[in-house]
Design a binder for this molecule. Structure first.
Ligand code: NDP
Ligand code: GDR
Length: 370
């Protein structure tokens, strides 16, 4: 039985990757941070009672800022594969926590690689590094591939650039099987609530159910190449199953504006929007509403721009070229953007129907501010 160790197991990708590896018969170990509240909601459905025999899913307390902890866990688990998904992953927050982001997203990667080297496990253990399309940041005007030079535009992206190159360097210097997956944005019903897609689908579900009036967003002109996280964790696994360690771009090859993601999400509840104005004064107004289950008033302003969400340096357009992954790995995404939006909207409507029941019986419903 192969053993995998996943950092960032409590995050979106960690949860889907765990499901995938368990289904392939792996023993899966995860590193979770100690927090003052439970932070395992995304993986609780896979929990196995550690008192039982033949448990295939185990969690260890740890943190990518703590080298000794990382070394001890890797020594104890003796993984065949490590997926380094742990990170301070929010681009805007990285402008507020640049040093911590560098520690975890940059040096954290070095800690994993160096632990494997120091423990003499370079021939046994394969390493996947969660690299990102944010590395291309300022490279605009054409699709981005494995040969496109980097131009990071945030403390997050700069830290991830260190993670990318230290992975390449350890591969070349110590002959390690260490690879970067340069993944473009991928989303799902498990996406963190403050990333733009999930912020939108949650808000649209709440507006449709009468729990919220409007949503405040930042730059509506940005363009992203969005795929489904379920498809992208398949690619992570494939990257570690090749004869030779290499880096791969994982993307759909289609890019869409934030404004159009908003439109598509409202369309899922039968609401058509018109956008008026420009920049900070742009608004999204309802022009028709056809589903009686989600009665949103025509003429209502449901989207506003709040410059608080503008970034000091923005990445205007991301568009990946996944040709190498498709030809060499045989990777093919199953979801297109419409299917992704549909999946997220169904999940968020279901989630907030419970709040609607509570609201109707007089309970106070919390508001969400980010
Ligand atoms: P999430 O933000 O959902 O999950 C991040 C995970 O990292 C969480 O489990 C979090 O733990 C953990 N983590 C945060 N800080 C530390 C730390 N100091 N030590 C150990 N673990 C830590 O991210 P995603 O699942 O979306 O992304 C996974 C990885 O892929 C990240 O590295 C991200 O930067 C990268 N990536 C993501 C893309 C995307 O579109 N989703 C695209 C390209 C790259 P906790 O739950 O306790 O907060
Ligand atoms: P990103 O994702 O920065 O691409 O990083 P995010 O969803 O945060 O932003 C995408 C684009 O939407 C614009 N935007 C807003 N963003 C947020 N969060 N909130 C808003 O209200 C809002 N309004 C507009 C942003 O300006 C941006 O242009 C994600 C993360 O998962 C990274 O970890 C990963 O590496 C990259 O994707 C690929």
């Amino acid at each position: 039985m192969k053993k995998a160790l996943i950092t960032g197991i409590t995050g979106q990708d960690g949860a889907y990757l765990t499901e995938l590896l368990l289904s392939k018969g792996y023993e899966v170990h995860g590193i979770k941070r100690r927090s003052s509240l439970f932070n395992t909601q995304r993986i609780d459905h896979m929990y196995e009672d550690p008192h039982e025999k033949n448990v295939r899913f185990k969690l260890h307390y740890g943190d990518l800022s703590d080298s000794t902890n990382i070394i001890r866990i890797i020594q104890e688990v003796q993984p065949d594969e490590i997926y380094n998904l742990g990170a301070m992953s929010h681009v805007q927050v990285s402008f507020e926590e640049p040093e911590y982001t560098a520690q975890v997203d940059g040096i954290g990667t070095l800690r994993i690689l160096e632990a494997v080297r120091l423990l003499g496990m370079t021939e046994k253990t394969r390493i996947y590094q969660a690299s990102t399309s944010e590395l291309y940041g300022g490279v605009q005007g054409h699709a981005q591939s494995e040969t496109t030079p980097f131009y990071p535009r945030s403390p997050y992206a700069v830290a991830k650039q260190y993670g990318f190159w230290i992975t390449v360097n350890y591969r070349e210097a110590y002959n390690m099987y260490a690879c970067n997956g340069i993944l473009f944005n991928h989303e799902s019903p498990l996406r963190g609530e403050t990333f733009v897609t999930r912020k939108i689908t949650r808000a649209v579900a709440r507006i449709g159910l009468g729990l919220q009036d409007k949503v405040y967003l930042g730059n509506l002109d940005a363009q992203r190449d969005w795929g489904h996280a379920k498809d992208y964790v398949e690619a992570m696994w494939l990257i570690l199953q090749q004869d030779k360690a290499e880096d791969f771009v994982i993307a759909t090859g289609v890019t869409t504006r934030i404004r159009d993601f908003v439109r598509m999400s409202f369309a899922e509840i039968g609401v058509e929007l018109e956008f008026k104005g420009e920049g900070a004064s742009e608004t999204g107004v309802v022009v028709s509403s056809s589903n009686p289950e989600f009665p949103v008033e025509v003429g209502k302003e449901v989207v506003c721009v709040d410059p608080r969400y503008f970034r000091p340096t923005e990445v205007d357009l991301l568009l990946g070229d996944p040709t190498k992954a498709m030809t060499q790995l045989g990777w093919q995404p199953k979801y297109d953007l419409k299917a992704l939006v549909n999946d997220m909207m169904i999940a968020d409507i279901d989630l907030f129907r419970r709040d609607q029941v509570l609201a109707k019986s007089g309970h106070q419903i919390l508001n969400y501010y980010e």
